[in-house]
Design a binder for this molecule. Sequence first.
Ligand code: GTP
Length: 512
Amino acid sequence: MLVFEARYVRQVKVFTRTCVSRWSTVFYSCYSNSPHSKSKLAPLQERRMIDKVKIFAKAGDGGHGCTSSRRSRHDRKSIADGGSGGVGGDVILECSRRVWDFSGLQRHLIAGNGGHGSSKNKIGTRGADKVVRVPIGTVLHLVSGDIPSIVKKVQSSADLDPWDVPGVLVDDHSDPRDGSTSNVTMQEKVNAIHPTGCSSSQATEANVEKSVKSTCVASADVLSQLSSSNETSELGSEDIEGKPEILSNVAELTEEGQQIIVARGGEGGLGNVSIQKDPRKPPTTKAGAGQHVTNLQDTDSVNSSLSTGLPGSESVLILELKCIADVSFVGMPNAGKSTLLGAISRAKPAVGHYAFTTLRPNLGNLNYDDMSIIVADIPGLIKGAHQNRGLGHAFLRHIERTKVLAYVVDVAAALPGRKGISPWEQLKDLVLELEYHLEGLSNRPSLIVANKIDEEGAEEVYEELRRRVQGVPIFAVSAVLEEGIPELKSGLRMLVNGETSCPLCLDQILLD
Ligand SMILES: Nc1nc2c(ncn2[C@@H]2O[C@H](COP(=O)(O)OP(=O)(O)OP(=O)(O)O)[C@@H](O)[C@H]2O)c(=O)[nH]1
């Protein structure tokens, strides 16, 4: 009887627990509208965009050089045959159209170490590069480490100079794969690293210092190149989490296939075949016997330090995404920006009758007979967006790179019986939000799209809008019915081509 009761109680407990867990799942799936609860498998439009991440990059260490000697029947003296270690792999960011944001990006990027050299003059293998793809428009901010350097040209291993062996100490620290290494022989390089009278540790330090300096020189070119292309995206260093030590905008990736090395692999150590032809022979000096012994010890320590591979560099970076588009649709939530993007291009963004349907900038291609322009639908901005209200200020940065602004306003919002904001008030709030985010951001060629003109009473509001806002072209459009689209397309084309330029300023808007 007792056994029966215990089993019964257990069954009831299991049943209750199952019911509770099922009901809680149903409840959360029905009532939780948090975008964070969406799985990775949710459609792209339904997921929040990850457009800012911090990454740690560690390049591979160089392999050690080998100390080995070979003696054969024909050679009475043993011959050095230790090969050099391989170069460590680099950590490379590659710009690709196939990725939208940083959601799939690993935060710890670690490249492979170089292989050790071995006897019979076998050089170590090159460490595997860690290549990760980042979206077009990625901006790099350096928290610590060396300034990244752009890879000029990617060559296949078949294009390499046969003498451009891995493990060679490169004075100018240029990328061994781009074929731009100098023609200095191995022995000259050893001499350059270890001039007479310099201790082994000093030699190694000098080498490291030299390589770091040369990296900085190479990177300075990158910086100067980038600063010219960066007129609109200058961020103060305080803008990134208030840390003044962060170096802002050290590099950016703007073209498909562009690569940048964020951590450089360490050079391989030298094998004894490269250090000196006859390892048994100490350097001869005119000093006495005591001096000779010291020199022997010195030579040993120098050799061992030269045969040690150098560690790969490390860096910590903040990656930030700024969409690159010719035109940005800027507007309040529900103004019809996504519907409009779908009407003028083949993009199919999510449309909903509720605010904040758009959670990430949507891009569309607007095609003409002879050209095409990229249009970005930016998530809705509300008053106070710069203070992180609504979807926050994260999306304001995507507007920074746009050539032309298209303000999309809902002309039916303030019709009798609706509680919306009038189009001219919407425009004022939008211009103010842009200016609060970045001074001068609204000062670029603009036009106004008076959307939802199909609604009853919208025509009068549109006439009123034309009266109140002067100097900027206004297009009456119904995105749903695809009315007024050809006129809008030719207006956008003229602005992108620079045929007209008419920014929208606050003093052009007549308010009540
Ligand atoms: N009557 C009418 N309704 C429209 C028009 N364009 C869009 N709508 C409706 O307005 C609502 C919002 O449209 P969306 O395109 O999602 O607006 P949005 O500006 O992208 O909204 P957010 O994603 O919140 O920024 C939807 O219910 C659309 O059907 C139009 O021209 N006329």
